[in-house]
Write a protein that binds this ligand. Structure first.
Ligand code: ZN
Length: 337
């Protein structure tokens, strides 16, 4: 009797219970798959397509400085790599759009005006020479997995939503300089590189840049290091640290940077001191503290043109990318290339 009951129980299990368990497991898996593919479709829909018909510069020749190889790359694809290398993806959409427009303009300016600088290439991927660029693979690797897709979509949208837009002055693409953090005021190029000819690049102020990490920095060197570094460039350098005003800032630029500084027997520009000591900017205070010289630096970069943290700060205030561009570049137009 017991045996019959046991067989009956096994029979019920095989016929009814196991199929129910397997079916529910299977449908769970199917559901997960459907959810994933839906998510992918949604994310893909979040990016706009690259449809702009560039009349001339559809492709550019990019020189990879390290490998010395020249890559032919679609302009928009090149710009994805520039924007993602030059500005944090966490910045506001309108700041990223301003960066995309500035990068496109800067690229075109280089193509038109620097045709012989890189021989057969239009531009290089070195930020100290042209503008930074990073491949999509390298870029994605540097972001953690969770934010990878969202970040990349933000960059792609910034470029695609400003497709073909460039900044012009008198009908020509401007030399769209930009830098990381102006420290509150941008600089006229004459105070950085001398010369003139960029009427659209003037000193402008922006609030809120002190909220960013690059705003303040400090450098301390011993008196001996200080002397050595200046002597490398000016062998006749002499200084008596016991004398009052042996280091004295004599003049500031309109952008609050050091214009002239008297150091011992020398009169130097703030830019030269910035270069000698690799300071983040020429906006600095300098003090002598016992055996040390201390530089307190504000801002990051040469200070000319658009400040990237300033752009983000303006976007947070509700300004759009055109407002941001018109803030940093005077009397310009935003036109289709
Ligand atoms: Zn270059």
């Amino acid at each position: 009797m017991r045996k019959i009951f046991l067989y009956l129980l096994i029979f019920i299990c095989i016929c009814f219970v196991l199929p129910v368990i397997f079916t529910s497991r299977f449908s769970e898996k199917v559901n997960v798959k459907v959810n994933l593919s839906e998510e992918k479709i949604q994310n893909a829909n979040e990016t706009t397509e690259s449809t702009y018909d560039y009349k001339k510069y559809k492709e550019i020749k990019l020189l990879h400085k390290k490998s010395k190889k020249i890559e032919t790359i679609k302009l928009d694809e090149y710009l994805y790599g520039v924007v993602s290398a030059e500005m944090p993806a966490s910045f506001e959409n309108e700041a990223l759009k301003a960066q995309a427009t500035v990068a496109r303009t800067y690229t075109l300016y280089k193509i038109v005006n620097n045709s012989k600088k890189h021989d057969k290439a239009d531009i290089c991927d070195d930020s100290s020479c042209c503008q930074a660029w990073i491949s999509k693979d390298e870029r994605l690797k540097k972001w953690n997995e969770k934010e990878r897709e969202g970040n990349w979509n933000k960059i792609v949208n910034a470029v695609n939503n400003t497709q073909g837009k460039i900044i012009t002055y008198n009908g020509k693409p401007i030399n769209a300089f930009f830098h990381a953090n102006s420290g509150g005021a941008t600089e006229a190029p004459i105070n950085v590189w001398g010369g003139s000819g960029y009427p659209y690049l003037q000193s402008v102020t922006t609030s809120g840049e002190n909220a960013y990490s690059g705003y303040k920095s400090e450098l301390k060197v011993t008196k001996d290091e200080f002397k050595e570094k200046i002597k490398k460039v000016h062998s006749d350098f002499e200084i008596d640290f016991n004398k009052k005003d042996c280091i004295k800032i004599e003049e500031y630029t309109e952008g609050n940077r050091v214009k002239n500084i008297k150091i011992g027997n020398l009169n130097l520009s703030g830019v030269e001191i910035r270069n000698i000591f690799s300071l983040r900017s020429a906006n600095f205070k300098v003090t002598i503290d016992k055996n040390e010289i201390k530089f307190e630096v504000v801002g990051y970069g040469h200070g000319v043109g658009m400040s990237q943290t300033g752009a983000d700060s303006l976007a947070k205030e509700g300004k759009n990318y055109k407002d941001i561009i018109n803030h940093y570049y005077k009397n310009v137009k935003i036109e289709d290339m």
